[in-house]
Design a protein around this ligand. Sequence first.
Ligand code: GAL
Length: 681
Amino acid sequence: MHARTFAPAVGLVDGILYGGDYNPEQWSPSTWKEDIGLMKEAGVNLVTLGVFSWAILEPSEGEYDFSRMDILMELLSAGGIKVDLATGTAAQPAWASVAYTDIAPMDERGMRFSHGSRQSYCPNSPSYLRLSRALVEALGKRYAAHPALALWHVNNEVACHLQACTCDTCAALFRKWLASRYGGLERLNEAWGTAFWSQRYSSWEEIVPPRVSTASLNPAARLDYRRFMSDSFLDLVRGEAGILRRVSPGIPITTNLMWTDGADWFRLDGVVDALAYDSYPDPSEKESWRWAAYMFDLTRGHLGGKPWLLMEQAPSQVNWRPLNAAKKPGLMRLWSSQALAHGSDSVLFFQWRASVRGSEQFHSAMLPHAGASSRRHAEVKAFGMELARLSGKNGSLPGLAGSVVSARAALINSYDSWWFSQYRPFPTDAYDYQRFVRDWHDSLSRLHVPVDIISPRDSLDGYGLVLAPALFLADEELLSRLGSFVKDGGTLATGIGAAMVDEEGKVRTGGYGGQLARLCGIHIQEYDVETPRGGVTAGGYPVHAWFDLIEAAKETEVLAFYEGGSWLAGFAAATKAKAGKGNAYWLGTRAESSYLDAFMADCLAAAGIEGLVAAGPDIEACVRLTASGEELLFVMNHGEGEGRARPVTKGWKLVHGPGVIDEGEELALTPLTFAVLSRRA
Ligand code: GAL
């Protein structure tokens, strides 16, 4: 069970944080006062400043100019608006790229990226690290004691545009990283299986990053390179955070992530105080809100369940998709409430004032091109006012900031499995690790069951149900912990090629899945993959992508067989076994919701876990627990029609929202609205 710390993500601000990225360098100082006046009217209490200010703060090497930043910090302070001050290191000035050629990152073809965009730096470049850390130190010292400063914002979306660099600096550091991991070349040769294709290394210098070659590269080497790059990005954050801790003690530190597999972000626990996420589900995509729900739970999970920050979302459309749909009225408010429901202590946007020039001139903003009297701004303002009424000392939900999500179900997210399944030697491109994990999360969402997303290293204590879909790569230690969890009475559901390889990427022989398969009372000799002909079913329902061909032991219950004309018929697709005091399920394939939800309901029943509400799939329900022992049940209607929801437990009272609870204790919600119920836990 995730720790319950009950500390607001940013203790220096009262209640839920509301505001967004503020990029005043794009505007003349004459707009700044107007901005701050309008922010106050809109209930803004925090802005993120300086994300892309490096070139202005340091117009030439070592010459800092903080004059504009000083004025802005004063103006914001006088306006009672706190600042999330960015270190500005996400985009180095052009002079730096020109002066120091080691800064430009290199792709797999050995091509250097040019400057002229953003994040065009190698995370290991000595020049980039020297210059960026000097800036962080200068900023940190200058503003550490400023009354407006509430939070430090390290870099911005680290590893969003660039997940790996293959330059010679990285190559040299990779060799060192390998030497410390493996001790000697003999061990490395064994771990990488270099007996294959004459790949044996006889000196460290022969080892290169994964650059394009004639055919597929060594999978274990690729996996290690992803781990090395992950450590590089984490070190970048750690480096900036370390400086800030030294020169600006007591100020919390965050960093914001976007959807990216650039690093194992669970390892940020202890590096930053609060983790932030930038959420951009596509309003034109069906049920994209469920993807957001997954990412919110993942963000919370990265820091062991602490309240997190919604650092960015678009008030309406973005500008970087091929097709950028606007958010219809009400959607921004609903999706904001969804972040709160999943444990965020903030609702922040990109960005305050809409740009008129530059790459994001068509991105929506809190203050749109149409100005303060626009419909869009009115919606932003109304929600700001609503949040002020809701949170804070005198609000109707005073304990919301700092409250935690408590879940009895956990879903394992393994970056190693994700990375390993991305490259060619893998048997099918259709093995989409994140898609499979999200499928299972989506199912819990449809069944209204809260879930924590945990790392393979996290404790399983306190959970009744652990889900480990597609855990392709797993070490023996994790497998035995899963075994003990089940034998002690827990319910485990796993499958889709789980545990096929160990932490070095080596295949387990004598039946896929090793001890995990034995725990589940099954034997897997073979798998198959979906071909364009498709048509495979299990238990009468279509299944896709990957098929574990399961032979069930005598005592193991088969929940579904593959069937149809295919040669797979007769093998089990889903099974359930008793092990010790618990249950172990295996689902060997990607099932559509029609089957997956029934499978999940079975697992939940075995674990004794109920959904929060009885309602249709367009209704989302989440619960937060406050420090004073109050449960806050968020019920959201993502559907186009009226939605009804009945809490499965008694004693709830409606504390926020337009819904009504009738005598049967059923909540009725108009489309795209939410309500909050509360009761003593
Ligand atoms: C984020 C980024 C912001 C802005 C935004 C636009 O990825 O952090 O700076 O570019 O996207 O949607």
